[in-house]
Design a protein around this ligand. Structure first.
Ligand code: HEC
Ligand SMILES: [Cu+2]
Length: 490
């Protein structure tokens, strides 16, 4: 090959001189055959269509527990009434803009024989156009902004006659405190920000918020550690739980059922395992539930008819560390049951009913269908054959897929909890055993040396402080005694 002559072996080029840099126009002007183009386009369409179809089918089978487009109460409907028109407007704008781009691209594409040097006529300084495309989006956004503000105001407006419930976010579960009067009735009324002082008549529970159908519930939300966010999409939008301050929210369910939610502010290791549930029940069912929640636990050690295994469990609960984190009213709350000096007067403090304030209240554990941040069933979901759920193995994880408002019993429905030992709705022993055996294995909680080097040592810095429930090295016998005890907490 000589330097002087172009490479004679180089393939003949259609345009231009071999070896010379090509102009952009030459590069463009090598279209693929139409057949290939059409084939490519159709193939892309088919792949996209199949993908969307599969994804959609999959979501359908998932029961869509967090479907934001399926409102089941007035607050969620208020949001829907904003979302739908905004979505429609966005769709029209999208079609117009994308349509214009496609039409323009096709109409004014470069064609063979076009003059490379010719510069397309520029449209510049067209005042009419410029005013139009500035004003049109501005007006559109102003209209959407106006209705957004109206919607926010509607959602913030307190319901005049609402029940009041405090919501505490914690790594990685939710606690609730129902404000109840000495008469056993929920305290109602007042502005959204007006909550009664805590009292020993209040009901403290965890994971599941039980509310009567068709009635507004006023929520006062806060956090005991980092920022969380409370969100039950079927019943309302989300509201942050911020440590050191209160945020206010409300929910109402118009159809009995179980509504699932998910913490939506990243809060550390088990953020994804921090779920919550609202059970919307008939008013009489709610009244029964509330009356039962107010009762302290039976002291099994004083009950000669109690199952000896459960009695042992209660003793373990008191003697092992359990009782320093968890409260069981009537058993280990005596020292705290009402009694913080405030201004010379004994008054119940926020944490009185929670002992350490760091773990779910277990007084009525057995009346809840789920535990540990609502990720496990504590009752057998009725489509799971207990015989097919050997110890330590799935499927005791909550079936979100089938846990829909119409599939109550799939969500570990605890409604028969008042009837312990009911074979139709037995306690989910393998799930609980796995939890007690090694909680950190069931749910990452920064409480194992792998997750947190300080888990077994002194917690010197705050951010390395152990979270969640530790592995207490229980024996299998202790585990089964503790489970027998937990089942009596109904
Ligand atoms: C260091 C504090 C601590 C100790 C000690 C402790 N737990 Fe826990 N426990 C927790 C925390 C925190 C959770 C919530 C974990 C979560 O959901 O992320 C929990 C959750 C539970 C739950 C599920 C409750 C629910 O409604 O979600 C049960 C049941 C339970 N613990 C039983 C026990 C028993 C029995 C013992 C004693 C053998 C014990 N715990 C000891 C902190 C503790
Ligand atoms: Cu969270």
């Amino acid at each position: 090959m000589s330097d002087a002559t172009p490479n004679a072996d180089a393939p003949e080029q259609a345009d231009g001189v071999p070896g010379e840099p090509k102009t952009a126009a030459e590069l463009i002007r090598k279209p693929m055959p139409w057949g290939v183009r059409i084939f490519g386009f159709v193939a892309c369409l088919i792949v996209t269509w199949v993908f969307v179809q599969q994804a959609y089918d999959w979501f359908q089978t998932q029961g869509k527990p967090l479907d934001t487009l399926n409102p089941q109460g007035p607050n969620a409907i208020t949001i829907q009434n904003l979302v739908n028109p905004v979505f429609a407007i966005a769709a029209v704008v999208g079609v117009v803009v994308i349509g214009a781009v496609v039409v323009i691209a096709i109409t004014y594409r470069e064609r063979p024989g076009d003059d490379d040097e010719e510069f397309v006529k520029q449209t510049e300084g067209n005042t009419t156009f410029e005013i139009a495309w500035t004003l049109a989006p501005a007006i559109l956004l102003a209209v959407i902004g106006f209705f957004t503000v109206v919607t926010i105001q509607q959602l913030e407006k307190p319901a005049p006659d609402a029940m009041k419930v405090d919501v505490f976010g914690q790594q990685w579960w939710w606690g609730f405190r129902y404000h109840v009067g000495a008469d056993g009735q929920p305290i109602r009324g007042g502005q959204a920000g007006e909550f009664p002082a805590d009292s020993v008549d209040d009901v403290v529970t965890a994971n599941e918020l039980v509310v009567p159908v068709g009635s507004e519930v006023s929520l006062r939300i806060t956090s005991n550690d980092v920022i969380h966010s409370y969100w039950i999409p079927a019943l309302n939008g989300k509201k942050d739980a911020v440590p050191g301050m209160y945020t206010y929210w409300k929910i109402q369910g118009d159809k009995p059922g179980v509504y699932l939610g998910q913490c939506t502010e990243f809060c550390g290791l088990s953020h994804a395992n921090m779920r919550m549930v609202v059970r919307v029940v008939q008013p009489d069912e709610f009244a029964t539930w509330l009356a039962n929640q107010r009762k302290p636990a039976r002291d099994l050690e004083k009950d000669p008819t109690a199952d000896p295994k459960a009695v042992e469990g209660q003793k373990l609960f008191k003697s092992l560390l359990c009782a320093s984190c968890h409260a069981v009213r009537g058993i280990n709350d005596a020292k705290v049951a009402g009694l913080e000096e405030v201004g010379g007067k004994k008054q119940p403090g926020v944490k009185d009913l929670e002992v350490s304030g760091q773990a779910p209240d277990l007084t009525k554990f057995s009346t809840r269908g789920m535990f540990a941040g609502s990720i496990f069933n504590s009752r057998y979901p009725d489509k799971v054959n207990p015989d097919q759920a050997p110890e330590g193995s799935p499927p005791y994880r909550l079936y979100q897929s089938t846990c829909t408002p119409d599939g109550l019993s799939q969500c570990g429905d605890p409604r028969d909890a008042s009837n312990p030992g009911n074979p139709a709705n037995p306690f989910y022993t393998p799930a609980l055993a796995a939890w007690l055996r090694d909680p950190g294995k069931q749910k990452p909680m920064a409480n194992t040396p792998e997750q947190n080097p300080y888990a077994n040592g002194p917690n010197t810095t705050n951010d390395l402080k152990m979270r969640g429930m530790p592995n207490l090295g229980l024996t299998e016998e202790q585990i089964s005694q503790l489970i027998a005890y937990l089942e009596t907490l109904n």
